[in-house]
Design a protein. Structure first.
Length: 115
């Protein structure tokens, strides 16, 4: 079957391509966090699940300028038991997935690395 209007078909395909790109989240690679903990807090999320939030420093680079920024590293479920004894000044070593939460970069712990 031959399309009547090739331009319309091309526009439809391009539009669908843009929609797929906008809907599909960007997948960032996993990273190893091995940093001194600046602060620790814990709480309960909106679903009633416990979490621990660690703040660690991360070196970043923007337009050739290197700087340090605090970043949240979140522990959920099974990892809480392994990490609940950590406090400010301790070292957090974990494999994490990078994510964005409320417009800011953060990490979710996937595996705790034993020292």
């Amino acid at each position: 079957m031959r399309p009547r209007n090739l331009g319309t078909l091309v526009a439809l395909i391009v539009t669908l391509g843009f929609l797929v790109c906008m809907i599909t989240p960007a997948v960032a690679g996993d990273v190893l966090i091995d940093s001194k903990i600046l602060s620790v807090s814990s709480g309960i999320d909106k679903n009633g699940n416990s979490y621990i939030r660690f703040i660690v420093n991360e070196t970043r680079k923007l337009k050739g300028v290197e700087y340090t920024a605090g970043v949240a590293v979140m522990a959920f479920q099974d990892h809480i038991g392994q990490l609940k004894e950590l406090s400010d000044g301790d070292t957090l070593k974990a494999i994490c997935a990078e994510r964005e939460w409320q417009g800011r970069k953060s990490y979710t712990i996937l595996a705790v690395v034993k020292k």
